[in-house]
Design a protein around this ligand. Structure first.
Ligand SMILES: NC(=O)c1ccc[n+]([C@@H]2O[C@H](COP(=O)([O-])OP(=O)(O)OC[C@H]3O[C@@H](n4cnc5c(N)ncnc54)[C@H](OP(=O)(O)O)[C@@H]3O)[C@@H](O)[C@H]2O)c1
Length: 332
């Protein structure tokens, strides 16, 4: 197994470490946290007694004990930490959304060009799962494409703090937060993977007192159809998602975590279940993919993923501009 260091000690890092271990992709050997207590607690919670701990990024990146870092810090920190990692010779797996705006993305692409033997992946977990490809194949067989409605809304446990007048990182423009960045990114990944680059985009956002979006509806305009994206962090939604093609419709239980894929035909008379049972840990497929690309030095697949990540970053920014959402990261 390849050796992994981590930044950020919240539950999502634990889920990735477990997934990486189950997939026999990466083993945890280094933990960075701002406090020694949290680093030690993480080692205990995720049974990695041999892992080294660090409380400075310089010490962490100076370690020879790992080759790849998984970054799950608040969004606005991703760029600086990923840059430091690449300059230190590490591969990077950075949580979605990888970077706050196209300027950061462009700087990173330029840096990566100077480090051709290293890899940087955006952890968009669902695009690596079996059901994602199943949907893609089903779309290719539709008689035509007549648009889609893709939805992903989940009440955030941190929204309670917003209602209490606080500003948690994920709802803060200082940390590049908001619904579009956090959950909209999944449906933007869906749309760009399945339908390609839209011609124009717009976003009607419901703004919060913290000056980021709580939920909203975005439209991606293609030459012959529109794709509607519905996402949010202030409500729970049970809406299905749909892809329209003539008299056929592909129905997904959830466009951010695709558990079920059904093809409806003949006016709903014929329903065929296409989906596979999802893996218990939704991060296993991405962990396996990243480890395989690194091990095989599969630059073709790597550049496809990096190109997609760049396109998603550009569309997120255009959507954000259309809703007038500003981040501190845009001022740098
Ligand atoms: N793929 C998924 O399903 C999924 C799910 C959830 C989140 N995410 C992504 O994971 C990333 C982290 O999200 P999160 O909700 O876990 O964020 P978070 O709780 O705000 O912060 C994550 C970690 O970063 C460190 N941190 C927090 N505030 C910081 C600050 N002001 N300065 C420096 N470090 C700080 C903390 O680790 P220490 O205290 O140990 O330093 C914390 O555990 C985001 O990019 C998010 O989009 C992905």
């Amino acid at each position: 197994m390849q050796k992994l260091g981590i930044i950020g000690t919240n539950w999502i890092t634990g889920q990735f470490v477990n997934a990486a271990r189950e997939a026999e992709a990466f083993e945890l050997t280094a933990v960075y946290s701002r406090t020694e207590e949290k680093a030690e607690q993480f080692k205990t919670d995720y049974t990695a007694p041999e892992a080294n701990t660090y409380t400075t990024l310089t010490g962490f990146f100076g370690s020879r004990g790992f080759e790849t870092v998984y970054i799950a810090s608040p969004n606005s920190l991703h760029f600086k930490q990923a840059k430091q990692a690449i300059e230190a010779g590490k591969n990077v797996i950075v949580e979605k959304p990888a970077f706050s705006n196209p300027d950061e993305m462009a700087d990173m692409i330029a840096l990566l060009a100077d480090h051709p033997d290293q890899f940087l992946f955006e952890a968009a977990r669902q695009i690596h799962e079996a059901n994602f490809k199943i949907v893609q194949d089903a779309i290719a067989k539709l008689p035509s494409i007549n648009g889609a409605t893709l939805s992903y809304m989940k009440y955030s446990s941190r929204y309670d703090a917003v209602l209490a007048g606080e500003e948690p990182n994920i709802f803060s423009p200082h940390f590049s937060g908001g619904a579009l960045q956090d959950l909209g990114v999944y449906v933007v990944y869906d749309a760009l993977s399945w339908f390609g680059q839209p011609i124009t985009v717009d976003y009607q956002a419901e703004m919060l007192p913290t000056k980021v979006d709580g939920k909203g509806v975005a439209t991606l305009h293609y030459p012959d159809y529109d794709v509607t994206l519905i996402f949010g962090k202030t409500v729970d939604s049970y809406l299905t998602s749909e892809i329209y093609g003539g008299q056929s419709t592909i129905v997904l239980d959830n466009a951010g975590t695709i558990g079920q894929v059904d093809l409806y035909e003949d006016g709903g008379q014929k329903i065929t279940s296409l989906g596979e049972q999802s893996l218990a840990n939704p991060m296993m497929a991405e962990a396996a993919t990243f480890a395989t690309i690194i091990a095989n030095h599969d630059t073709k697949r790597y550049h496809e993923l990096l190109q997609l990540s760049q396109s998603v970053n550009a569309v997120l920014y255009q959507l954000r501009q259309s809703a007038g959402i500003q981040f501190d990261a845009d001022q740098h």
